[in-house]
Design a protein around this ligand. Structure first.
Ligand code: ADP
Ligand code: ASP
Ligand code: MG
Length: 430
């Protein structure tokens, strides 16, 4: 029996009862002979509540103190979980990200893990303990400041520890039974996926399926760590995310590889905003100047579109999308660069949503794009931006149109289940 890393999300440890339920599950794994490392998130919506609190004190909280505040959430849950495990008669020790050896760069609020030195975790395991690690946090290599990894970052902590400790699997426990063909909160007829490749999962995660964070999937792919996404509320098998499909034994055909579906699923995201730079001179270097200003402010963008310029004016508009949380910073950076770039004005729209269809099969199956747009048009949804990769098509629409559009696309691609309705066990979906 090898080492397993188990990660429990906020909804799984939302209250004292949740913590006790999870503790039992962890003890079961230990009794089955595993060495167990647990990564835990803050209880329920604690992180959101801490952010709200900070915003009441200072309108644009950021940086060092903000990270110090947010990491408090995971400290509470890790200590309580260790206590609950001890109450069940097993030894457990909790560790902050820094104590667990999670070393990051120094970009506060969205730090990247650059090294993991889990010496203390190894010692704790060797002494027979269950090790509990606070998710979503680390310590910066140069300044030794406490950092956070961005929202949902506990998933990344779990996979990074699994890689550093050479775990056999990284189990991500959450409030749904696995990865579904769409968010079960929006599509009741979504189906659980038994196995999905790293590539398709990466696209789903990057397109807003927050059941796994895309950085965590990136990490798992790089170190080839299989992930098992499952519910902490049920005993069901969840979704395996790995490089190779598992082999199943069937009576008729003997051993058979599980096949990947042509379309893996539909993702949606309402966390982005659209910035339009109006009246940009249509000459070389303008787009470069706009996106240099954005890059210098350390902001990441998602989609970009440039409209055809009106011949009479020689001016064009450039729109791009980025996380709403970075909207203010983007506007400030562009305002500052306005004299140098020479555009007319800026428009900011945070009432947008993105719908994406993901599946490696679209490379070889003609007509996927056509069917996608037909489904949106039949649902009366107007499209504002389009972007594609080899295995994904995304569109931006009005935020209000998103739930209907997701359901329409899900049905059009035959993804609706005939029987079970997807269960959401907990959480507020915040
Ligand atoms: P945790 O607190 O365990 O980290 P999250 O809220 O981050 O949980 O992620 C689980 C949620 O992800 C689910 O409750 C569900 O609403 C959402 N979700 C979005 N897309 C999907 C999908 N394709 N499959 C499953 N869940 C999804
Ligand atoms: N507690 C953090 C958040 O809510 C990290 C996590 O849950 O993964 O984003
Ligand atoms: Mg999460």
């Amino acid at each position: 029996m090898g080492l397993v890393v188990q990660k429990y999300g906020g909804s799984s440890v939302a209250d004292a009862e949740g913590i006790k339920r999870v503790a039992k599950r962890i003890v079961e794994a230990k009794k089955n002979g595993h060495q167990v490392v647990v990564v835990v998130s803050a209880m329920g919506d604690t992180t959101d509540e801490l952010i709200d609190l900070a915003e009441q004190v200072s309108p644009m909280p950021a940086g060092r103190e903000f990270d110090m505040l947010l990491t408090a959430g995971e400290r509470i849950s890790m200590a309580l979980l260790a206590m609950a495990i001890k109450k069940l008669g097993h030894e457990a020790q909790s560790f902050t990200g820094s104590q667990a050896g999670v070393i990051t760069d120094s970009v506060h609020n969205k730090a990247r893990i650059i090294d993991v030195t889990p010496g203390r975790i190894r010692t704790a395991l060797d002494e027979g303990n269950i090790a509990i690690v606070a998710g979503f946090q680390g310590v910066s290599q140069d300044k030794k400041d406490i950092t956070t990894l961005g929202r949902g970052g506990s998933d990344t902590t779990a996979v990074a520890l699994a890689a550093a400790l050479d775990a056999e699997v990284c189990e991500i426990y959450t409030d749904v039974d696995g990865v579904f063909t769409a968010d079960p909160r929006v599509v009741k007829k979504a189906q659980k996926i038994d196995w999905i490749s790293f590539e398709d999962m990466l696209e789903l995660a990057a397109s807003g399926s927050k059941v796994l964070l895309h950085r965590c999937v990136e990490y798992a792919r790089r170190y080839n760590i299989p992930i098992h996404v499952r519910s902490s509320f049920s005993g069901l098998q969840g979704t395996w995310v790995s490089s190779e499909p598992p082999v199943r034994k069937t009576q008729q055909q003997g051993e058979q590889k599980v096949e990947q579906a042509i379309i893996s699923g539909v993702a949606h995201d309402t966390s982005e905003a659209k910035v339009t730079v109006v009246g940009v001179p249509d000459k070389p270097g303008e787009a470069a100047a706009i996106f240099r200003a954005i890059a210098d402010a350390e902001l990441n963008i998602d989609m970009v579109v440039q409209n055809v310029s009106a011949a009479s004016t020689g001016l064009t508009d450039i729109s791009f999308t980025l996380p709403k949380t970075d909207g203010r910073k983007a506007i400030d950076a562009l305002e500052k660069a306005k004299p140098a770039i020479g555009f007319d004005s800026l428009r900011y729209d945070d009432q947008i949503g993105k719908i994406s269809l993901v599946g490696a099969g679209m490379k070889t199956n003609p007509g996927v794009t056509a069917s996608f747009f037909e489904a949106l048009s039949d649902a009366g949804v107007n499209i504002e931006l389009i972007s594609t990769s080899e295995i994904r098509i995304s569109v931006v629409t009005r935020a209000d149109d998103v739930p209907g559009a997701v359901r329409a696309v899900h049905t059009a691609f035959g993804l609706d289940s005939e029987s079970d309705e997807a269960v959401v066990y907990g959480g507020t979906g915040r």
